[in-house]
Design a protein. Structure first.
Length: 152
């Protein structure tokens, strides 16, 4: 066993680390931040449907589909819809980015999550397709996502 004297500076730093860890853990345990979801009047009783993998997304009329994709506006890239699921799906207010969990302003150049919500308006099959590109460039998109939606 190795013992060495602890300076008051080290003890103070350790105390701050413990306090910071406690604050971080309590923030994580308190649940998600409010204000980042779709408006309350667009939420169905049975929640929000999120796509998983490449399988078709099964929904019922009235349910809300949430699409969340990583984005970084500082690069000039943005998500553009090439198919928005209409008329089977109707977009609800978005995109929106939930507020950060801490009080620090976002770091310049940091990634964020872009979110869009769609309400299933009627039964049918449709596709939602987005391309990640710089709008002023004619190059192919750097990323494409496509979701097949089946509303029953």
């Amino acid at each position: 066993m190795y013992n060495h004297p602890v300076s008051s500076e080290d003890a103070t730093m350790n105390a701050w680390r413990v306090i910071g860890l406690c604050v971080l853990l309590s923030a994580c345990a308190s649940g998600p931040a409010t204000g980042g979801g779709p408006p309350a009047d667009t939420l169905p009783d049975d929640g929000i449907v999120c796509p998983e993998g490449t399988a078709p997304v099964a929904m019922r009329v009235g349910q809300v589909l949430e699409i969340a994709l990583m984005s970084n506006a500082s690069t000039g890239y943005q998500w553009e819809f090439t198919a928005d699921g209409a008329p089977v799906l109707a977009r609800t207010p978005g995109p929106a980015t939930p507020p950060p969990m801490d009080t620090q302003p976002p770091m310049p150049g940091a990634s964020s999550i872009a979110r869009w919500w769609f309400r299933a308006e009627k039964a049918g099959e449709t596709t939602v397709r987005l391309e990640y590109r710089r709008p002023w460039e004619t190059l192919p998109p750097v990323e494409v996502v496509e979701y097949r939606i089946e509303v029953r």
